[in-house]
Ligand binder design. Sequence first.
Ligand SMILES: [Zn+2]
Length: 736
Amino acid sequence: MCLNRLTRLAVGFCALAWNAGAAEFVIKANQTEISFQERDGKIALGGITDIRGKVNYVLNTVTGTALWKLEFRPPGGDESQALVLSPDTVASAPEVQYVAGKRLTLVWKNLTLKDVWHPTRPQEGAAVDVTVSVSRTHDASLTDWRIQVANRSTRLGLWTVTFPNIAGLSVGQQGLMAVPFGTGWLTGDPVMGDGFGGKYPSALCSMQFMSLFENGSCLYLATHDPHAYVKDLALTSVKDRRRGLTYGLTQYPENMGMPGRGYEQPYPCLIGAIDGDWVDAAKLYRHWVLAESDWMKGKPSIAKRQDYPDWFKRLPLWFGFHGMTDVNMASSRALVKYMDVPMAVHLYHWHAIQFDTQYPDFWPPYDVTFKYSQELRALGVKVMPYLNCRLIDQKSASWKNDAAAKYAALTEPGHKTFDEICSADQKVQLSAICPATTYWQEKYLPLTRRLRDDLNVDGIYLDQVAASAPVLCFEPAHGHPLGGGCHWVGGYAKMIANMRAEAAKTGKFVFLTTESAAEPYDFDIFLRCNEGAPFLSPIWMTVYSGYRASFGFYFYADVPEEWVPKLAMQYLWGIQIGWAHVDEQITGNPRTLAFEREVARARYVGSAYLAMGEMLRAPKIDGKLKRVQATWKNFATKMPIDWPSVQATLWKSEDGSLGLAMVNLCDQPQTATFTIPRKAGGFGLSSVVMNAIYPKNLIPQTILTGRELSHEVTLPPMSAVIISLAKVKLGGWTQR
Ligand SMILES: [Zn+2]
């Protein structure tokens, strides 16, 4: 097909930028340049270029990429009837509307819905129009990618919309990929890696941005969706001949499979080149998410929150109380006395029902639960019982009495409920209940009252809510759009708000927590148990530090050597320390227990940074440092680690000072030199005063005046340290 078959529409001051035989359309946003070219009668993405960094992120050896893919299905979602449309499968070329440098719009009109694999099946002519646009944005270096689909089919509805679908994205072997897997995951040489894909929002896809970066240039790939519509993010690697990564954003329309329903992407998909790396990408995302998202907009920082008592803002340490036994109570007394810092306890098996059975009928507790809860509170420990707020047991009284089957999420239209078999002594059928139902939003209110009044709890844990991806629910009686949408998140938002309001009715502060983290859920703290893995990175913390708190990892008694590095990672990342079983702590290695106490104390004293500050780019650490080898366990996987004994992170408090958190993981003192750029603290040319926050006698107060802030510190064996750096105020040193 020749170029002439492309319909060209002059729009405004449209400048048609192609010469004879070579059409090119360019959109520029600061240092980002997106170019499309006509190839073989199709319009194809030619480049995503960082002009300043002189990098084109799109391999020109990869051709024939479909920029969008639409899957259609009949009502009911029968996959055997599914039909896919893409620019590769349609005969017609798009209309081109081009405003030079600013916007390119491609319109495919009157597309035929036909099954190329089953030509005898009915066809529908002129059934679908697809409009795709790429525009520059007015701020930052980002371009805005949108898709709109008009569907006139009387037989088929949209099932998924994959857009953008960009193949051939690449960085070199020294480049990295950053994705929102758990706390965040960096992969080197990502073209040859395993790629990434996850359903948002969930533990496996906790935020909605990714990045590729190398040599100071970073490609930012994000949706800035303030309502958290369910979607799949993917960067799929094509290792064969290093053909790059395919960025695919799969969008699930509301009312999937409904004939005649179109789709208009309800949020921007943003792509652009920025200077830097994953930290810069995370800070760009932070800027948007704190200001614009439904879940953060208008929320003050933890330091400024009026609804949070001071003890909650500074809470440093957790333990797990698994089973209502005198032994656990005695261990708790001993642990609290030994640690001598404020603590919170996660109560498991406090209820008379067996774990993972009879949900959601958690009440009543064992008789001793009242006694232990009271005793723990008398020790100053904050008490938080376990609940599961996602599943219901089909043998429970609630299932029968509430006729709850009708509230279960239906994964297929008109078909079976979503079942999950959990391990207990018996096989149990547990169904995910649709949180978009008023039933589920209010189900836990009587239990919340009893936990507040009868058990006098300080917090409530809602298992699985953030960890699990939304179920695409197809039950029409629930009154929400079928399949895709943001009603799953919106339903849980109502449940969380209802429980929060109920818990607060007597004036007591009761915090809410959940398993793992996914950004749109409004919990006060997120339990990072699943994410205690040595290959993860603190991308979440770089985005949300100072606004949202995290706590806990799994600690495995059968691999005691992993405890120290895990405790160190919690400390350095600002995660509330611990969460190990109380009995395993008290009977464990005294050296490990001493280190736990050390990091908990340092965290408590350094709360202005580690609990309420913003995590910045990690400082540079030099020195002849010993290395620490250990085995790290995460679920059934055991991973070797080989770390430098001294590690550090950098934090900025609300008062503008910096906090340098450091650990030494070996049994000898270690001397290390830190180097921090002045711009990290916005110190300009001022002198900077350095003070030891913990331990107090680590270093004398010192003035730093160099071009960079650098100093040598000797860390005691098995220690946690926090040092402040603040601008010297006129009239004297800043005293802390
Ligand atoms: Zn539903």
